[in-house]
Design a protein around this ligand. Structure first.
Ligand SMILES: Cc1ncc(COP(=O)(O)O)c(C=O)c1O
Length: 509
């Protein structure tokens, strides 16, 4: 690593890292090739790698190992060649279809519409029928069970080269699920969470049929909010029925015209939508790149608003805890230092990190050992680690009180369904150990171990791996993927938790 966010500390000191002779990538990370890693770290655990370690002025208490491995040239060339060949064949087959030499199975313009703007001739259509179609059988496979660690698929066959499928009536059992974000295994139809949710459904029903501000405020909504605040170590919290809407509806309540949003370039669509709806000015910084963020902050302070040069009403930094597509972990200690230096507000979306990261599963703040007060707006969702639905905003009491009256999703959206709330309460209490077991925290630790194992094995097998070594995202399905080596926990207390209770044996150590 040389000059990049990765090694330039906030106070201007440059940390001297093992550079490995590699060029830093566009976001400041070393783009290492698999072969480099393999030769140097063949039998080492990811924690032992030193070429990504970031000391950064002592802000980090633990190694920050993150890489965005570059695709080897040969792989890239062969991939593009493959696309090229498929495209040439595609045009040739389209030609045959036009001249009715080959049967055309897809929708096409009718003769009487031939003078209209073509509907079915854009590149997406071409790609679907000539490239995607060939491998379509691997996608959109019908699932016929709970998408837990393992799931059942309906078998289907195609007799016309994937144009259509027929069901054989056979069910493929116990397929390892690498597609869902059921990080801790709470999204199951057996075990304590689902039993508790079923009980609550009997008592309260499924729908509340009103908003929180009218007749939809149940005791269990308030219990959940107190629990979330306790879980995160903050004064107060508010919950919402949908994670996406938590971002897109609350950001406009926090900032507006005359405010500046500094948004990471890889932020989730819900953050982007919220930022756009707020009518604030949006400036985008390079992914997890502190130099890029600091430059924007400095410019914002020096120049103020365009034309008038008035100072910005508020500056809000928007980031994710674990970035949902890349699996990178936000450089929170550096961002906190920057936001304090430039007096900006910080909004962290913990959709993928809450429950899944940190020694106590309390997310990215817990992971870095920071003070929860350092993050002004903590946001997260219940759809991942808690196996439920909805989202939360947490922070100071005055912030939450303000949102209760000003957020559109608080005022106009129906409140959360009781079984959904109960699923979150039960799983969160389990992670906190308030159920009297250590099952939850064991699952958090197991996830970290599995993610690290899964990532290491994939690297050894020659796969290109993105993101942070400690991130369960990208390798989040390690919990399930290593199930071939799994044994049942055996403990009667843990067994009661049901389908999610798989823990790997020590076979891989
Ligand atoms: C970072 C991030 N924020 C928000 C959301 C939206 O959450 P939900 O799916 O719970 O609506 C997602 C969804 O995956 C996400 O990845």
């Amino acid at each position: 690593m040389t000059k990049s966010s990765a090694n330039k500390s906030v106070n201007g000191e440059v940390c001297h890292h093992a550079t490995n002779g590699l060029k830093p990538g566009k976001n400041g990370f070393v783009k290492n090739r698999y072969f480099d890693q393999k030769q140097q770290h063949k039998y080492r655990y990811p924690e032992e790698k030193d070429h990504h370690i970031d000391c950064n002025g002592g802000l980090y208490k633990r190694p920050f190992n993150e890489s965005f491995e570059e695709t080897p040239m040969l792989v890239a060339v062969f991939t593009y060649m493959g696309y090229g060949i498929l495209t040439i064949f595609g045009y040739f087959r389209d030609f045959l279809r036009e001249w009715k030499i080959e049967k055309c199975n897809i929708a096409s313009e009718r003769d009487e519409q031939k003078d209209f703007v073509p509907l079915y001739q854009d590149f997406e259509n071409f790609y679907n029928r000539n490239v995607y179609l060939r491998i379509r059988d691997s996608f959109n496979r019908p699932v016929c069970s709970v998408p837990g660690a393992k799931m059942d698929l309906v078998e289907r066959v195609s007799n016309d080269y994937n144009w259509t499928f027929e069901y054989t009536g056979k069910v493929l059992k116990d397929i390892i699920n690498l597609g869902s974000y059921n990080y801790l295994g709470f999204a199951e139809n057996t075990g304590r969470c689902s039993e508790a949710a079923a009980e609550v459904t009997k008592k309260y029903g499924v729908g509340v049929s009103s908003t929180r501000q009218e007749m939809g405020n149940l005791g269990m909504h308030e219990e959940l909010e107190k629990l979330v605040a306790k879980f995160l170590g903050v004064e107060s919290a508010m919950t919402f029925g949908m994670g996406f809407a938590t971002n897109s509806m609350n950001i406009p309540a926090l900032v507006g015209k005359g405010c500046l949003i500094l948004s990471d370039e890889l932020n989730h669509a819900s953050l982007v939508l919220g930022a756009r709806l707020s009518k604030s000015t949006i400036r985008v910084f390079k992914h997890n790149n502190m130099q890029s963020l600091e430059k924007l902050l400095r410019d914002a302070i020096v120049h103020g608003q365009p034309r008038t040069h008035r100072h910005w009403k508020k500056i809000l930094i928007l980031v994710e805890g674990i970035f949902s597509m890349e699996g990178s972990i936000v450089r929170l200690p550096e961002i906190v230092a920057l936001k304090k230096k430039y007096k900006a507000y910080l909004y962290v979306d913990e959709a993928h990190s809450i429950g899944a990261l940190g020694p106590n599963g309390r997310g990215v703040v817990d992971y870095f050992g920071l003070d929860p007060q350092d993050v002004d707006v903590m946001m997260g969702t219940f759809t991942k680690s808690f196996g439920s639905a909805g989202g939360y905003i947490a922070g100071k009491k005055e912030l939450i009180d303000y949102l209760r009256t000003h957020s559109h999703s608080a005022v106009y959206a129906t409140s959360m369904s009781p079984p959904v709330v109960e699923q979150i309460i039960t799983s969160m209490k389990c992670i906190m150990g308030e159920d009297g077991t250590t099952y939850g925290i064991q699952q958090v630790r197991q996830l970290a171990e599995n993610a690290s194992y899964f990532r290491r094995r994939l690297q050894e097998m020659g796969f290109i791996i993105y993101g942070n070594n400690d991130s369960p995202r990208r390798s989040h399905d390690a919990l399930h993927a290593s199930e071939t080596q799994c044994v049942w926990a055996g403990d009667a207390e843990e067994e009661h938790w049901g389908g999610g209770g798989w823990v790997p044996s020590n076979a891989h150590h």
